[in-house]
Ligand binder design. Sequence first.
Ligand SMILES: [Cu+2]
Length: 178
Amino acid sequence: MGSQCKPCRVCRVKPRLLAVACGAVLLISPVWAHDFKLGDLRVDHPYATPTLPGLNTGAVYFRGIRNTGKFPDRLLSATTPVAARVEIHRMTMKADVMQMRAVPSLEIPAGLSVPMKHGSADGHHLMLLDLKAPLRDGERFPVTLTFERAGTREVMAWVQTPRTSGTGSKAAEHRHRH
Ligand SMILES: [Cu+2]
């Protein structure tokens, strides 16, 4: 009984992970994670990394976008007041070099979660082009996401320095130059 953790959202979603998840989340901060519901979709923890010196681009990541429904959905576009333009980018590793390119949309298959984390050698993120000001640690800003089925909704992205500073591989250094 004493180990029940009611305020922790992670626990309600995944009761089996109660002890581990609560402990981990509470140790860092009681409000470390956040998520948003949009129809059958769960947009889990939108975040951005602080802007690197000399750059006016950034990226929004997600712990994942989960589709709990029976039909595939598709992320079509995104906008934010902090940047002139937002593109959906796909990253790939080719011969040790990180490459990224804009894609028209991103499929969220039925019953699956699509991770969009930073430092991934193969994955997607939202590219922020022409930032109006550098993103600073601790700030929050709105991002409006539009999906084919689930529609449009605003989520809040948290600017945070990644807890892990990379694995030592070049994949962790995701610099946005265009
Ligand atoms: Cu990018």
